[in-house]
Design a protein around this ligand. Structure first.
Ligand code: COA
Ligand code: NAD
Length: 692
């Protein structure tokens, strides 16, 4: 294997150049190269200073996350930093791109840090369920003060180098080539005989907090506001606290110990799975390297209702001009007013400046009449969920939209192939299934019709990423991935009500797991939508129908499965609902019993996993981790469990399959029998994650 770290000699200034594409992760070979290179530089009197710089698009982006699943071996960051912190030769980090995690930790081991002004610096380990494990919890507080360090490390969000300069993390901003800038800076340090000392020896920014620990309280309270169910944020705070009262070397030892414990824990494994799942979801077999996405410069959204307005905002927020098209002036005005109100309230909450909100709102124009979409590169339809209306819209779009324009539907359930067949350009048709509220929710299911062209699919993925969504490509089936799996879980929730549980008990079980409960969710979405469509189809759901007949539509009417005090969204259990449920069970001759929380949890989740196995078997998604993303970004599945399919793997597929077989037998419900894909994996000792 070639050494990814080379020494280049610039007239006595040694440049340790890291070249480990694509993002210069700190793999074992890089750590070894840095240590050996630095030893050589320190031993060789020909070198008077060292510059650490990187080839390619970025400085070191952090530890190599792949290695976290292997036993930790090789050179540690601490060993490298101990060499960097030598007292004989100055060491300078020249940063471009990002310096994240171990990258920033290596840079903080240097005596000086210079960076391009748009470089990003951060400790994102918390997002992987970790604390910084290479000295970050001890050196960052010394560089920028403990309160700011808490903010940065617990949020995991990077800062720009210009802010780093203000905070004292960066010594100077440069433009252009990092090597040239690093070498020039090193020469100045030498010619000016600048003193250099390492952060480990500089406690000046700790002094005031050491004298008054209360100075940290506000930062900690702000950073760890609510219990997210994650262990890492509090672990970060604990480790940063050691910078105040534990000797440096001992604190580094403790930091390492805590890092390793978290790394081997379930939460970090799950979060690492999510990291790679997010990156893999764009990899689609039919999109080969020669497929080029189409250009999307202007967008039209048809329908200015709940979804259309949110979708339009998503594009405008990413700087893409969008035209909102309606059937009447009145509907258009209402839609545009709702959007303006949304931006105003974001400004009032401090989420956006008034100028930025005005700029975004200014990118959204309105028009009446379908023909006004004629110049758009991408058209997203968000009209009523009725096949006849969608077919009408698409058949007209077929000739109105310019050649090559992409025709997307936001349908939740309707068959995208049937919609495409209403056009004479089915290759241009794709589903873009956003979730409500569309300007906030990050999931976008990209529905591939049987004739969708590969470049259309590639464009849909690229556009979704551009507007900060998480794209997941799915095939055509009823409810696609998310709503299809949700419906089997909700069916169990309804049965549990009839068998003896109450909404508050079922919701509490979901809440304990980290999700919103199905009944609180129903009240939020509005119970009347399903009720109206059931009236058309003749389907009956005794409890929901009775609630709606009593005018209990959910939060919007102040009562649903729960009651709500005026202006409040807090669900309050309602004895009237309990009486209704008990009465319904009696009417259906179902004996009520005490149901344990564990059974509720299994019944809400295992049938979903089974449906996920069917979805995989049918090839609706390419990989199990795509299903995980749907649930993490569309339905609030707790991130620290990695998504339903990863969670099922961790739980043990044999356990899941056996329980499903038991439920199927008790319930005489064949749909609950383990799906063939699940059964094969369970009894063969496999996992969803191992399917490729
Ligand atoms: N370890 C291993 N692989 C990494 C990596 C890391 N720290 N960071 C990125 N990669 C890989 C990605 O998996 C991806 O691989 P793929 O092309 O096979 O899918 C590739 O590098 C490019 O990453 P991507 O995120 O798509 O590129 P980007 O330009 O959008 O973003 C970064 C680059 C570095 C900002 C981003 O990848 C990132 O935030 N990485 C993680 C940083 C981190 O958490 N470091 C601390 C680790 S403890
Ligand atoms: P909505 O009733 O709030 O809005 C629909 C809008 O479309 C209305 O303003 C209506 O005037 C307009 N419209 C109807 N026919 C039109 C036409 N021919 N040309 C232009 N405009 C027309 O509905 P919604 O909740 O925004 O749902 C829209 C679509 O999004 C549906 O397909 C729905 O299934 C889907 N969807 C909804 C949600 C959700 O939670 N609401 C989530 C995901 C997807």
């Amino acid at each position: 294997m070639t050494n990814p770290v080379a020494i280049q000699n610039y007239d006595g200034i040694a440049v340790l150049l890291v070249d480990n594409p694509p993002v210069n992760a700190l793999a074992k070979s890089v750590r070894q190269g840095l240590r050996d290179g630095m030893r050589e530089i320190l031993d060789d009197p020909a070198y008077v200073a060292a510059v650490i710089a990187c080839a390619g698009r970025t400085f070191v982006s952090g530890a190599d996350i792949h290695e976290f699943d292997l036993p930790m071996e090789g050179v540690g960051i601490d060993e490298i930093n101990t060499l960097f912190e030598n007292r004989s030769k100055p060491v300078i980090a020249a940063i471009h791109g990002v310096a994240l995690g171990g990258g920033l930790e290596i840079a903080m081991g240097c005596h000086f840090r210079i960076a391009t002004k748009d470089a990003k610096l951060g400790q994102p380990e918390v997002k992987l369920g970790l604390i910084p494990g290479g000295g970050g919890t001890q050196r960052l507080p010394r560089a920028i003060g403990p309160a700011r360090a808490v903010e940065l490390i617990v949020s995991g969000e990077p800062i720009l180098a210009v802010e780093g300069l203000k905070l004292g993390l960066i010594d100077e901003i440069f433009e252009g080539d990092p090597i040239a800038a690093g070498v020039a800076f090193a020469r100045r340090v030498l010619s000016e005989s600048r003193a250099f000392r390492s952060l480990r020896d500089d406690d000046s920014k700790l002094a005031s907090t050491r004298a008054d620990r209360n100075l940290l309280t506000e930062a900690v309270n702000n950073a760890v506001k609510r219990d997210s169910g994650m262990d890492a944020p509090r672990a970060c705070v604990e480790a940063i606290g050691w910078s105040l009262n534990v000797p440096f070397d001992e604190a580094i030892r403790r930091e390492r110990e805590l890092f390793l414990a978290l790394k081997d824990g379930e939460q970090s494994k799950a979060l690492r799975h999510v990291f790679f799942a997010e990156r893999n979801s764009s990899k689609v077999a039919s999109i080969t390297s020669h497929v080029r996405p189409r250009a999307v410069n202007t967008v039209a959204v048809i329908g200015a209702g709940t979804m259309g307005g949110g979708i339009a905002q998503s594009f405008a927020n990413a700087g893409i001009p969008v035209r909102l098209v309606e059937v009447t002036e009145e509907a258009l005005d209402k839609g545009l007013a709702t959007i303006r109100k949304g931006y105003d309230s974001t400004v009032a909450r401090g989420g956006l400046s008034a100028e930025e909100a005005a700029r975004r709102a200014g990118l959204i124009s309105g028009a009446v009449g379908l023909e006004r979409v004629e110049d758009a590169d991408l058209i997203v339809e968000a009209v009523f969920e009725t096949m006849q209306i969608k077919e009408d819209v698409f058949s007209r779009l077929s000739s109105i939209a310019k050649p090559g324009a992409i025709l997307a539907t936001n349908t939740s359930y309707l068959d995208v192939n049937v919609i495409a067949a209403a056009t004479y350009r089915a290759q241009d048709v794709v589903g873009l299934h956003f979730f409500s509220p569309a300007n906030i929710m990050r999931l976008c299911e990209i529905v591939r019709g049987k004739e969708t062209a590969p470049d259309v699919l590639a464009t849909a993925i690229a556009v979704a990423r551009r507007i900060a969504k998480v794209p997941v490509v799915v095939g055509v089936c009823h409810g696609f991935v998310g709503n299809r799996m949700l419906s089997v879980s909700i069916a169990q929730a309804r049965k549990l009500l009839l068998e003896g549980a109450l909404p508050q008990q079922i919701d509490a079980v979901a809440n304990k797991f980290g999700m919103m409960g199905p009944f609180a969710m129903g009240d939020l979405a509005g119970l009347d939508i399903g009720w109206r469509s059931r009236k058309d189809s003749g389907e009956r759901l005794p409890i929901e129908d009775a609630l709606c007949e009593a005018g209990r539509f959910g939060q919007k009417s102040g009562a649903g499965f729960y009651r709500y005090n005026q202006g409040s969204r807090t669900p309050i259990p309602d004895p009237e609902v309990e009486a209704l449920i008990v009465e319904t069970s009696r009417g259906l001759n179902i004996g009520r019993r005490d149901i344990e929380d564990a059974e509720i949890h299994e019944r809400l989740t295992y049938p979903m996993i089974n449906e996920g196995a069917r979805i995989l078997e049918e090839g609706i998604v390419e990989r199990a981790s795509d299903i995980d993303l749907v649930w993490l970004y569309g339905y609030g599945w707790p991130r620290q469990t990695g998504g339903p399919m990863f969670w099922a793997d961790q739980t043990g597929l044999a356990i899941v399959a056996n329980r499903l077989a038991y439920m199927a037998a008790i319930d005489r419900d064949t749909t609950l029998r383990p799906a063939p894909r699940l059964a094969r994996l369970a009894f063969g000792g496999g996992t969803f994650g191992s399917l490729k």
